[in-house]
Design a protein around this ligand. Structure first.
Ligand code: TA6
Length: 309
């Protein structure tokens, strides 16, 4: 199974309005609620691709119950979330029906007590022992140590489970130093980590800091993967317009699926780019239309080359 970790799970609420204007009251035309937080989106996409997934992290309160009820109805995802006293946060995405632009509001999440963090670490140690790969994704809720991801990377590496890390700021900086197999920052996260806005310079620097492979998501310029074996770029066939929430999570799912299926890097990257684009075209994060994904997969252009041995 693939283990996904979402320390700051969320009940993702998406509101659609006809047109979003400041200083105005809006009628919501459509509401959706989904289990969210980056790792749970990764889990849902992997399960839709036919992989067995175990999802851990924290859940609590009425929002946590609602999230777990929905997860129980998601085929292929085993719920291994650790219960906590505080309530799981909500995130709100407001989609402007005229322009398609999305405005995202993320609550900070519940305060995690030291005993809850210890209970999670015990559960994680058991789960990671039988994981084919691990995804560590999203922000940290208050109370979780800033070096949490570094610790979780080290635990996974100690039992030989490959790790993908997708986070930002100081948790990313410390996590990268623990030598994860893949980091998947977007352009802003990569620039914040390395101090460079040049993707070539920044990916090289992120590798020097400890990541084996850096996969940078560069919006319309697609995905750039750099590791000791080579350097590749995957670009979707056209500019994809829609709701970008969760596009990066779907790319992470594509990379993990390719990893456990031992696909060569160009194919992994093509999958990640096609899944990401298919999610932008879907109404909410963590979902995609299978046919759209397969059509896009045929059209993704991958360029680059392996390093000469
Ligand atoms: O990537 C989209 C998304 O995963 C949303 O589903 C939402 O839950 C949010 O990001 C969480 O991100 P954060 O960085 O706050 O953990």
């Amino acid at each position: 199974m693939i283990l996904t970790v979402t320390l700051n799970t969320a009940l993702d609420i998406t509101y659609r309005v006809r047109a979003l204007r400041p200083h105005t009251s809006h009628r919501v035309t459509e509401v959706t609620e989904r289990p969210g937080g980056k790792g749970l989106n990764v889990a849902r996409v992997l399960a839709a691709l036919g992989h067995e997934v175990t999802a851990t992290g924290f859940a609590g309160g009425a929002t946590g119950r609602s999230l777990r009820d929905q997860l129980a109805r998601t085929p292929g995802v085993v719920d291994a979330l650790v219960p906590v006293e505080g309530a799981t946060r909500r995130t709100v995405a407001v989609v402007d029906g005229t322009t398609g632009d999305t405005t995202q509001l993320n609550e900070p999440g519940p305060v995690i007590a030291p005993a809850e963090w210890s209970a999670f670490l015990d559960a994680y140690e058991d789960l990671v022992a039988s994981a084919a790969a691990v995804a560590l994704c999203g922000s940290l809720p208050p109370g979780v140590p800033v070096g949490a991801y570094a610790q979780l990377v080290r635990t996974a590496r100690a039992v030989g489970a490959p790790v993908l890390l997708d986070t930002s700021g100081e948790p990313l900086r410390r996590g990268v130093a623990a030598r994860p197999d893949i980091v998947k920052p977007n352009a802003d996260e990569l620039a914040e980590l390395t101090g460079s806005h040049d993707p070539s310079v920044a990916t090289r620097d992120a590798r020097r800091r400890g990541a084996h492979t850096v996969v940078a998501s560069l919006g319309a310029q697609g995905l750039l993967a750099v590791n000791a074996e080579g350097r590749w770029r995957a670009v979707p066939p056209r500019r994809i317009q829609g709701n970008p929430t969760g596009a990066g999570d779907s790319a992470a799912a594509g990379l993990l699926a390719g990893l456990v299926e031992h696909l060569p890097w160009p194919q992994r990257l093509a999958r990640a780019a096609a899944l990401s684009a298919a999610t932008v075209l879907a109404p909410v994060a963590g979902e995609f239309d299978r046919r759209t994904y397969e059509e896009l997969l045929d059209q993704v252009a991958v360029t680059g080359e392996a390093t000469a041995a």
